[in-house]
Design a binder for this molecule. Structure first.
Ligand SMILES: [Zn+2]
Length: 467
C-alpha cells in the first residue's frame, strides 16, 4: 500500500505533465533583437509576425519553451492568451457566431437546398473511397455548376479551401461566405458569369482539429493523428508531396506545431484532397489561412517555367493589388498550393486573411469579409476574361477519352518536373493568350508523343486531339 501511493502520485504527475505539454498558448511578443525572427524560424515553434501590431504571435506550451528553443531571453511577452475550449468563448456575444464542424455541415446542407438547381453537396470521403479521419469525420464539398445541359461538367474549375489549420476559424466562414455570395449571384446572373465555370468549396480539410478547437484547445493547429511517440497531430499544410521537407519552416519532430508527418501524404485529409485534384485538375485554387493580409505564391524553393510564371505572377500582382494584400513566397515546402500547381497545374494562392486568428466575429464581418468578397469577384472576373484553351484527348482506335495524358505546349521546359495532364474525363484546360501553338500529347508510360498544331482564337477554343 505504501509503495502504491507514490506510484499513483507519480502517475498523476506524469499524466498531468503530458496534458500540460499538449496545451498550446498564444504569446504576443515584442522583441527588438534583430535575430529574433530567425531564431524563431529555426526553433520549430510556430509563429507569425503581425506587421500591423508589430508583434510576434508565438504559439508555444510555455514561455520557457520559447526561451529554450530560441536560446534567447531578449523578448517581452505583451499578452498571454491561455488555451481553453473555444466552446466556452461562444457563450459571449463576440464569439457566438463562429461555427463548429457539425454546424458547418448543416450550413452546407442548407445552402444546397436553398440553391438546389446548381449547388450540390458532396461527400468527398465517400466519393474517393477514402477512410474517415482519425476521429471518424468525413470531408465535404459544395459544387456550383450552372449546367446548360445535363452533361455539362467539363468547364474550367476553381476551388476554395479552408481550415488546414484548426485554430484559423475565419477560414471556413470565408469559404462558405464565398459559396453563398456566388450562389446568390448565379441565380440572377444576367452577365452569364457562371455559364463557363465550375466552383468547388471545401470549407474544412481538418475536421478533427476543428472539433478539438471547440471542445478542448482553442489554439490547436494540426490534425489529430496519434504519432508514434505519443504526441498528436501532423501539420496538414506541410504534408503535401511536392518538395516535401525541403525548405522553409517545417519540423521533423512529431510534437512540433509544424510537424510535416512521417511521409508526404501520410494523412487521410491531404490524400483525399489530392485524389480530388487528380480527378478534376483545378485551373485556379485559393487556400484560406490566417493571418497577415498576404498573398502567398510558389515556390519557396524551385523555379517555375518562365511562360507560366509570367501569367501566374501577373495575376498574383493584380489580385494582391485589388484586395490590398502584401505578397510573399510560401512559408514552407509541403504546402497545398505549391503542390497543386506542381502536380496538377492549378494556379494556386494561399491567402492569409485578417490580423488575428480568432478576432471577434464582428471584426471578421467588418474588416475581413469585404476582402473575401473582393477576392471572389477578382478571380471570377479572371476566369471569364477570355476562354481557356480546351483540349479533349481521344484515343484514335477506341474513340475513348484518355485520362492523364501528358500535355506540353510549345516544348515548355519544366524545371521542377511539373505535371500537366488531362483530367479523368480526358479534358485539359490551360490559360493562354490567343495564338498559334504546337501541342504535344503523350500517353502515360510512352516514350514519345504526338504533335498537333493549333490556331487558338476567339472562334476556335476547343480542340479534339486524336492520338
Ligand atoms: Zn494556416
Amino acid at each position: 500500500m505504501i509503495k502504491t501511493i507514490p506510484l499513483l502520485l507519480l502517475c498523476l504527475f506524469l499524466s498531468g505533465q503530458i496534458f500540460a505539454q499538449e496545451k498550446i498558448n498564444l504569446f504576443k511578443i515584442h522583441s527588438s533583437q534583430t535575430s529574433f525572427a530567425k531564431r524563431l524560424s529555426r526553433s520549430g515553434i510556430d509563429y507569425q509576425y503581425n506587421t500591423k501590431k508589430k508583434m510576434y504571435y508565438v504559439f508555444a506550451h510555455s514561455k520557457n519553451e520559447i526561451i529554450e528553443k530560441t536560446r534567447t531571453r531578449s523578448f517581452r511577452v505583451i499578452e498571454f492568451i491561455p488555451s481553453e475550449p473555444f466552446e466556452s468563448l461562444r457563450k459571449t456575444r463576440e464569439f457566438n457566431k463562429y461555427q463548429n464542424y457539425p454546424e458547418t455541415i448543416e450550413r452546407m446542407k442548407k445552402l444546397s437546398t436553398q440553391y438546389s438547381q446548381y449547388l450540390k453537396l458532396l461527400d468527398l470521403t465517400a466519393k474517393y473511397n477514402q477512410p474517415m479521419t482519425t476521429d471518424g469525420n468525413s470531408l465535404y464539398a459544395l459544387v456550383l455548376n450552372k449546367k446548360q445541359r445535363r452533361d455539362d461538367t467539363e468547364k474550367p474549375k476553381l476551388a476554395f479551401i479552408g481550415e488546414h489549420h484548426a485554430r484559423e476559424l475565419m477560414t471556413h466562414h470565408a469559404v462558405l461566405d464565398t459559396a453563398e455570395y456566388f450562389a446568390k449571384m448565379a441565380r440572377r446572373d444576367r452577365e452569364k458569369k457562371f455559364d463557363n465555370v465550375e466552383i468547388w468549396f471545401i470549407p474544412v480539410i481538418n475536421p478533427d482539429g476543428l472539433d478539438y478547437v471547440f471542445n478542448v484547445d482553442r489554439w490547436w493547429r494540426k490534425n489529430r493523428t496519434k504519432n508514434t511517440e505519443g504526441s498528436f497531430g501532423v501539420d496538414l499544410n506541410r504534408n503535401y508531396e511536392f518538395a516535401w521537407g525541403k525548405c522553409g519552416s517545417y519540423s521533423s519532430e512529431p510534437n512540433s506545431e509544424i510537424y510535416k508527418g512521417e511521409n508526404f501524404f501520410s494523412e487521410i485529409e491531404t490524400q483525399t484532397i489530392d485524389a480530388l485534384n487528380e480527378d478534376l485538375k483545378f485551373q485556379y485554387l485559393i487556400s484560406y489561412h490566417s493571418s497577415g493580409d498576404e498573398v502567398l505564391y510558389p515556390y519557396i524553393c524551385g523555379e517555375l517555367n518562365s511562360e507560366e510564371q509570367k501569367y501566374y505572377y501577373g495575376f498574383r500582382d493584380h489580385l494582391a493589388e485589388q484586395i490590398g494584400f502584401g505578397k510573399r513566397f510560401a512559408s514552407s515546402s509541403g504546402e497545398d498550393f505549391e503542390h497543386h500547381y506542381n502536380k496538377h497545374g492549378s494556379l494556386g494562392f494561399l491567402l492569409e486573411i485578417g490580423n488575428d486568428f480568432q478576432p471577434p466575429f464582428e471584426e471578421y464581418k467588418k474588416e475581413v469579409y469585404p476582402n473575401i468578397i473582393k477576392a471572389a469577384d477578382v478571380i471570377l472576373e479572371e476566369m471569364n476574361k477570355q476562354p481557356f484553351l480546351k483540349l479533349h484527348i481521344i484515343e484514335n482506335s477506341t474513340r475513348r477519352s484518355v485520362s492523364h495524358a501528358l500535355i506540353n505546349i510549345d516544348k515548355r521546359e519544366y524545371l521542377e518536373k511539373e505535371v500537366r495532364e488531362s483530367n479523368s474525363n480526358g479534358y485539359y484546360f490551360h490559360r493562354l493568350p490567343f495564338g498559334q501553338y504546337r501541342i504535344n500529347v503523350k500517353l502515360n508510360g510512352r516514350r514519345r508523343g504526338k504533335d498537333f498544331d493549333i490556331n487558338f482564337n476567339e472562334g476556335n477554343t476547343e480542340f479534339e486531339l486524336k492520338i
